[in-house]
Design a protein around this ligand. Structure first.
Ligand SMILES: Cc1cc2nc3c(=O)[nH]c(=O)nc-3n(C[C@H](O)[C@H](O)[C@H](O)COP(=O)(O)OP(=O)(O)OC[C@H]3O[C@@H](n4cnc5c(N)ncnc54)[C@H](O)[C@@H]3O)c2cc1C
Length: 299
């Protein structure tokens, strides 16, 4: 540890996505001492076009973050660039980041998640440009297009039915090795959804997707891909805290103010059991901030 500060912040916020930034704006406007720690390059920054956040028909995730950071700074929120590696609670919370130790009365964790991507060599070239990972975010962009839904579980089969119902008739389902029950195969046939099994290796196309190349050399023509391989949580720094999780042992359980099973530690955004959207993370950040405002007054 190369340094430690004497300041005890009112709140340290981990992660400058929509959740953390909205909380920072609220707490900054109560004239509280707020430290926002962010390593940069989170999930929202990969969203090329957000169309469902109120007030803008379209905004990129990067612009949303830049505007949020500028807004938070006007309310004297301090921003530190760095990776949070540890979080403990003694009299105060102790947050370890970038070789330093910071103290705080409350902590809001808004460090988000990251998508599992299939092992397709050029997948990142098409991320957000025809290759999508979130039906609520980008399902609409597949409307009327030749769509390939890919994944490896029963959830992927359900997703294929949902995509057909809402967005497009022209749909192929690619499962890597998962074999769905017979009644599902029958339902897929009835819905006119082609089922293909195998391993995709490359996306064909330049500015637009034209097809997916399979390991056996075959090609599946498509204009858009909806991928369904789940995600992982950015939560390594929480590992020593034994926080309560959902029955699957995956996401964190929180109360209606987004406070976790450890008093004073709030978890907003897709790390908790609620849904995953930018506007929802922002709303949760606001609720957590309001609760912390109240508790700081009580202190
Ligand atoms: C391609 C794509 C498109 C999307 N499109 C939409 C859309 O159209 N509409 C919509 O509502 N949502 C969309 N989303 C989802 C949206 O990005 C998330 O719901 C939202 O980001 C959740 O906000 P958050 O604040 O919890 O996390 P994030 O935006 O993931 O921000 C978390 C921040 O925490 C930082 N961080 C992580 N770990 C640490 C650490 N240990 N130390 C310090 N900092 C850390 C990250 O670097 C990041 O800056 C999209 C997501 C993707 C990937």
């Amino acid at each position: 540890m190369s340094g430690s500060e004497d300041t005890v912040y009112d709140c340290i916020i981990i992660g400058a996505g929509p959740g953390g930034l909205q909380a920072a704006v609220y707490l900054g406007r109560y004239n509280r001492q707020v430290l926002l720690i962010d390593r940069g390059g989170g999930r929202t920054s990969h969203a090329l076009h957000i169309e469902n956040f109120l007030t803008r028909k379209e905004i990129s995730g990067r612009e949303l973050i830049e505007l949020g950071l500028a807004q938070a700074r006007t309310f004297h929120v301090r921003l530190e660039r760095g990776l949070v590696t540890g979080l403990r609670k003694f009299q105060f919370f102790e947050v370890l980041a970038g070789g330093k130790r910071y103290l705080s009365k409350f902590v809001i964790v808004s460090s988000g998640v990251y998508d599992n991507l299939p092992e397709i060599e050029n997948v990142r070239e098409f991320l957000g440009r025809g290759f999508y990972t979130c039906v609520d975010c980008d399902g609409y962009r597949t409307t009327g297009r030749k769509l390939l839904v890919m994944g490896n579980s029963i959830n992927t089969v359900h997703l294929a039915f949902a995509m057909k119902e809402m967005f497009t008739e022209d749909l192929t389902l690619l499962l890597i090795f998962y074999d769905p029950p017979e009644e599902y195969k029958e339902a897929l046939r009835e819905e006119g959804i082609t089922l293909v099994k195998g391993r995709p290796v490359r996306i064909i196309g330049s500015s637009d997707i034209e097809a997916v190349e399979m390991r056996d050399g075959g090609r599946i023509p498509c204009e858009a891909i909806m991928s369904n391989f789940g995600f992982k949580l950015n939560d390594r720094f929480l590992s020593g805290l034994q926080l309560k999780r959902d029955p699957a042992g995956f996401k964190y359980v929180v109360n209606h103010h987004y406070e976790s099973s450890l008093g004073g530690l709030y978890i907003v955004g897709p790390l908790n059991t609620g849904p995953d959207q930018a506007v929802i993370a922002a709303g949760e950040g606001a609720v957590a901030a309001l609760d912390i405002k109240k508790r700081l007054l009580e202190l």
